[in-house]
Design a protein around this ligand. Structure first.
Ligand code: EPZ
Length: 422
């Protein structure tokens, strides 16, 4: 087991290359199950979650190869197995993205029901509802969701849930509908850039999808899909994390391969905090104004402020000049980082899905425990500015979604090391 040791206080400066988006790459890799021939993906980040998806796809008869330049090649070689087992699914919820492709291409899918999650309740009822509406029978067998269909038929599906749209439910239904008979309309669809990237990939494979990026996606079913070449979009959550790293350390950064048009809500909030954010030749240029204003943030489905940047924004606002408020509207219990930040001298008070943040003069280094991917990013950011040394334990959480984070931060001047637990 490893942990990060961070000595705070360095202003970050320089250029950072943003990796491809984890949350676009994972469903696109799963979509290769639908395709005849080879799928060639560029910009797929080297992350623990990507390696986990590769393991799952190999089990499902998809051969995968990584070229020296990082290009990922995928080809279906055996369609016998349609069972995504608990051992694999329990390690990564995004495994559920194989459900739609398996059902559409192999006419059955047995996928372990994902269990509990550190960030809160995460049911998959909308995934099942959407696939049932396309004509699948579903059953729960030994903790697995078992879906079967002789054929899928296009339908109108309202996919809105208690917290709004669902990103991977939209992905699953959209992938299945590609091979269904006739037209499918997904209403209350997720509008995330990762959903658009998946639709663009599927269209390159011969699908007929329109309306991606809007709450109403139309899919006209086709007889079959072929492999295609595709470059995955940049990771807006990684980009947001580095923009906050600049703000929290009073630094100046250039983010290469970052898309401002995917981050409007984030840019809006960070500008209100006082960060200077501009479009650069190769991405986004940020510089700090040495003053952190308090703000109100409410997480929402895209194009609102992403829940995956909530913990990082909270770390930043711990040092704002006044009181801020963060309300979590997607995962109301996603606050395991609050106690850890308070251990570093923050003044945070949780009231239901809201946290009141009283700005502190400074944070103090301490040993803290990462509980999930984005909470650990928030703790690392707090460590970058804290007085003294911070140790963020359970580094494996961050490796799920950030490629070589200590190297990237180190190149910008951060004093951060990855160490083995004794
Ligand atoms: C995706 O998860 C992302 N993961 C998450 O990122 C992200 O936090 C989330 O979208 C929200 O933006 C991937 O793309 C792999 P949802 P997903 O279905 O699709 C409720 C990260 O850190 N809901 O959009 O699983 C659900 O409980 C990860 O990279 C239902 O009620 O999220 C939540 O409150 C963490 N029933 C809300 O909808 C369902 O069937 C949004 O969840 C599905 C979801």
């Amino acid at each position: 087991m490893q942990y990060f040791e961070i000595v705070g206080g360095t202003r970050l400066k320089g250029t950072v290359e943003i990796s491809g988006a984890k949350n676009a790459a994972l469903p696109i890799m799963a979509a290769s199950i639908l395709c005849e021939g080879e799928t060639v993906l560029r910009g797929v980040p080297d992350l623990a979650d990507v390696r986990q998806m590769v393991l799952l796809l190999n089990k499902l008869g998809v051969r995968t190869e990584r070229d020296a330049d990082g290009t990922l090649r995928l080809r279906v070689e055996d369609e016998m197995n349609a069972h995504a087992e608990y051992e694999l699914v329990s390690k990564m919820r995004a495994s559920v993205c194989v459900m739609g492709p398996l059902l559409a291409k192999r006419r059955r899918a047995q996928v372990a029901m994902p269990g509990g999650c550190a960030i809160g309740d995460r049911p998959i009822d909308l995934h099942i509802l959407g696939l049932q509406t396309l004509g699948a029978d579903s059953d729960l067998v030994n903790g697995d969701v078992l879906l079967k269909a002789k054929k899928l038929k296009g339908a109108e599906i309202f996919l809105g849930g208690p917290f709004g749209s669902s990103v991977t439910a939209t992905a699953n239904v959209m992938m299945a509908a590609c091979l269904a008979e006739g037209r499918t309309v997904i209403a209350a669809a997720a509008c995330e850039p990762e959903v658009v990237d998946l639709a663009d990939f599927l269209n390159a494979c011969g699908a007929r999808i329109t309306g991606q990026g809007t709450p109403e996606i139309l899919i006209d079913g086709v007889a079959g899909l072929h492999g295609a070449e595709h470059r995955v979009i940049p990771d807006r959550i990684e980009a947001g994390t580095f923009m906050i790293a600049a703000a929290i350390t009073n630094g100046d950064l250039e983010l290469h391969n970052a898309r401002m048009d995917h981050m409007r809500a984030v840019v809006d909030r960070l500008r209100r905090v006082g960060l200077i954010v501009e479009r650069g030749e190769k991405g986004i240029v940020v510089s700090s104004s040495r003053r952190l204003e308090p703000v109100v943030i409410t997480t929402q489905p895209y194009p609102g402020f992403p829940t995956d940047l909530q913990a990082q924004a909270m770390a930043l606002l711990c040092l704002a000049d006044g009181n801020s408020v963060i309300t979590e509207k997607i995962y109301p219990d996603r606050f395991l980082h609050v106690g850890e930040l308070n251990r570093m001298g923050a003044h945070l008070r949780k009231e239901g899905p809201t946290v009141i943040i009283e700005g502190a003069k400074r944070l103090i280094g301490a040993p803290v425990m990462a509980s999930d991917l984005r909470a650990s990013a928030g703790l690392i950011l707090a460590g970058l500015i804290a007085k003294g040394t911070t140790r963020v334990h359970r580094a494996y959480h961050i490796d799920r979604g950030y490629e070589r984070i200590e190297e990237k931060l180190g190149k910008l001047g951060a004093n951060i090391r990855r160490l083995n637990e004794a």
